[in-house]
Design a protein around this ligand. Structure first.
Ligand code: C2E
Ligand code: MG
Ligand code: MG
Ligand code: MG
Length: 278
């Protein structure tokens, strides 16, 4: 991407352009600059074994540390990064940063944890994805067993043949695969069975009212039962209350992620959680 050449072109666009489009252009320029200036940062959120209450992993979640606007959440820039293609260098940077950080913690003597990294649609569609991931693992020295890649259910189901082929390559490298936001897409069970994944992640929209709303409770229970039948691990995201935790425990949900155990935090703060564990 050629941020330098494209950075100063706003004046070429006529002022009749609506404000939204201008804002978008400014955001795109700002995103490019942010990549060059390394304004992005990775936060980590703990993932907990439901039975033992121990941290067994973490999800890497990108943040933009904007010099004026402060911390900007991914909801405000991932879609634009995706549309402009900037998600490719950004996503690769997140992956490299998360692998390097995890390896550093292992070298420091903390008990090894799995790190989960989100892949965007266009990252997942790259023909050379497996090679790219493999290079990053070599470069950072992280053993593939400690890396889990997340794709959403809707990305996974877009082109099932392609998904199976790509995930097989990644699985054969020893990497784990999670299907994110599960329950929000339209998976056919017969496809799900063929997709080489390790983990289903119950979307937080079903977790919110799990203990109150019988329908969401039934959906969550059905996903957990299905995962068990398919020999997949199941993790619930967005767990905020003891009631939700009690429900998920009773249904034998393997793992939990949510504000009840910890919000996504910068690496220095996550390390404090690791210190408690050591
Ligand atoms: P996701 O992958 O489903 O990540 C989980 C989101 O739920 C995170 O939001 C996390 O902070 C939030 N969350 C976790 N526990 C709770 C809880 O108890 N209550 C509530 N209300 N929320 C909770 P975040 O960090 O804002 O990320 C939003 C989305 O942005 C992610 O959803 C993912 O789709 C995307 N994203 C984040 N980082 C990356 C990245 O590096 N690459 C790509 N492609 N997408 C990313
Ligand atoms: Mg995720
Ligand atoms: Mg999710
Ligand atoms: Mg989500």
């Amino acid at each position: 991407y050629r941020a330098k050449e494209r950075g100063n072109n706003y004046q070429l666009y006529s002022p009749s352009m609506n404000e939204k489009a201008i804002n978008r252009l400014e955001m795109e320029g700002a995103l490019r600059k942010a990549l060059e200036r390394e304004e992005f940062t990775v936060y980590y959120q703990p993932q907990i074994n439901t039975d033992t209450g121990e941290i067994i992993g973490m999800e890497a979640l990108v943040r933009w540390r904007h010099p004026e606007r402060g911390i900007i959440p991914p909801a405000d820039f991932i879609a634009l990064a995706e549309e402009t293609g900037l998600i490719l260098p950004l996503g690769e940077w997140v992956l490299r940063t998360a692998c390097r950080q995890n390896k550093e913690w292992q070298m420091a003597g903390y008990p090894p944890l799995r790190v989960t990294v989100n892949l965007s649609a266009s990252q997942f569609q790259q023909q050379d994805l497996a090679d790219r991931v493999s290079r990053i693992l070599k470069e950072t020295g992280l053993d593939p067993q400690w890396l889990e890649l997340e794709i959403t259910e809707s990305i996974a189901m877009k082109d099932v043949a392609f998904t199976i082929k790509t995930l097989r390559q990644l699985r054969d490298m020893g990497i784990k695969i999670a299907i994110d936001d599960f329950g929000t897409g339209y998976s056919s069970l017969s496809y799900l069975k063929q997709i080489p994944s390790h983990t289903l992640k119950i979307d937080k929209s079903f977790v919110r009212d799990i203990a109150k709303n019988t329908e969401d409770g039934s959906i969550a229970s059905a996903i957990i039962a299905m995962a068990q039948n398919l020999k997949l691990k199941v993790i619930a995201e967005g767990v905020e209350t003891e009631e939700q935790l009690a429900f998920l425990k009773k249904q034998k949900c393997d793992e939990i992620q949510g504000f009840l155990f910890g919000k996504p935090v910068p690496p220095q703060e996550f390390e404090k959680l690791l210190k408690k564990k050591k």
